[in-house]
Design a protein around this ligand. Structure first.
Ligand code: TXA
Ligand code: MG
Length: 351
């Protein structure tokens, strides 16, 4: 299949009737799948009401069928079509964070969405993306759009259109290229079917921000550091898979910079090509084959923005092993550490 690349500008006023968006919307209505930018990562979109379209999403990504997709909408009215009830906590979160990087799990109305899209669950995850191209596309096609991150299953999520092309060229109808995404980590997934809402996946909206709006919010206990390995089953099916992995083994280093440097030196003496994932503040402290600064430690949002691109750059650099700094878990740091732990398969070396 020839994968079209449609370059679009991010200016809202030129997006109305933009021929590329009209073209992409046409493919979506024909139950083809196209990649689209969102404020978090690129998504691989398809008609959420069509088994045919949804099957194409799973096939292109090589995604396990038990992992449900997030449904993307452009306005609140679309929600009533396929959501059974909107609890008050959800409504307050929608008002505060939509459009934005927050996915809310609702009870599902039966018989509207493709059963494949929700992996046969009686709940559904929904979000309204905060990206002019995504919203224009959703409006142009008039459909609820199922969209997982547009990477091959297991690889780091795509924050640039080039990442999508790297993974999915020839497997999808096209990609709307609007340049790099902003937030860099995926949306926060919060389950509002419980009396006290539960975070199933940390992401762009922080636990602290949610609590400011609705009070108490719990974390899925299966997300606590390392718990996934020990048997607790996460409620979000996607969280049980190894994910975001670079090609080389990645180790998280819980210790000083000199400890990390000793590990690098040891591996280099063995003849390995060693990569270090660090930050602007610390990069001059390390000597290794490849040292990449992933944002600034003092501003964790910048680390989130660059994280997946950094992981992919280590692949291009063909390193044999990667050692990474760790980050404080406050704010967006929680999502960063969750992704790094998954990318590392929970391999932590402590000083
Ligand atoms: O920022 C994002 O959320 C991006 C952009 C493209 O919107 N999408 C994304 O989708 O990250 P995906 O498929 O890579 O991750 C969706 C996560 C998975 O962990 C999945 O298991 C969970 O959401 N999920 C979806 N529906 C669910 C449900 N009904 N119950 C529990 N977890 C659900
Ligand atoms: Mg994903």
């Amino acid at each position: 299949m020839n994968t079209k690349v449609w370059k679009v500008d991010n200016y809202v006023d030129i997006l109305e009737n933009n021929p590329h968006i009209v073209d992409a919307a046409h493919f979506l209505r024909e139950n083809e799948v196209v990649a689209l930018p969102t404020e978090t990562v690129y998504g691989l979109g398809g008609n959420a009401e069509s088994d045919v379209a949804v099957a194409k999403i799973f096939a292109a990504k090589g995604r396990p069928g038990d992992n449900p997709l997030i449904i993307h909408i452009a306005d609140w009215e679309q929600l009533c079509r396929f959501v059974a009830e909107i609890p008050e906590t959800a409504e307050r979160l929608m008002e505060a964070f939509w459009p934005g990087p927050l996915t809310i799990i609702f009870k599902k109305k039966q018989g509207v969405l493709s059963e494949k899209a929700t992996a046969g669950l009686d709940s559904v995850g929904v979000r309204m993306p905060d990206h002019p191209v995504a919203i224009s596309l959703l409006k142009a096609c008039g459909l609820p759009i199922a969209a997982p991150s547009a990477n091959s299953s297991g690889k780091p999520s795509p924050t640039h259109a080039e990442h999508v092309i790297e993974d999915l060229q020839g497997k999808i109808a096209g990609v709307l290229d609007a340049g790099p995404t902003g937030v860099g980590v995926e949306s926060t997934v919060v389950d509002c079917t419980e009396a006290v809402p539960v975070i199933l996946r940390p992401g762009g909206v922080t636990k602290e921000q949610l609590e400011e709006v609705i009070g108490e919010v719990r974390m899925d206990p299966a997300l606590e550091s390392g718990a996934g390995e020990g048997g607790l089953k996460p409620k979000s099916p996607g969280m049980k898979y190894r994910h975001y992995a670079p090609n080389a083994p990645l180790y998280l280093i819980d210790g000083s910079r000199s400890f990390l440097q000793e590990l690098v030196d040891e591996k280099r003496r063995e003849g390995l090509r060693v990569g270090v994932l660090t930050t602007e503040e610390n990069k001059s402290e390390f000597s290794a084959d490849v040292v990449i600064a992933c944002g600034q430690r003092a501003e964790l949002e910048t680390v989130a923005t660059e994280l997946y691109d950094t992981l992919r750059r280590f692949n291009l650099e063909k390193v044999d092993v990667i050692f990474s700094e760790m980050f404080p878990r406050g704010g967006v740091g929680l999502a960063i550490m969750n992704r790094l732990e998954k990318a590392a398969g929970n391999k932590v070396i402590s000083e």
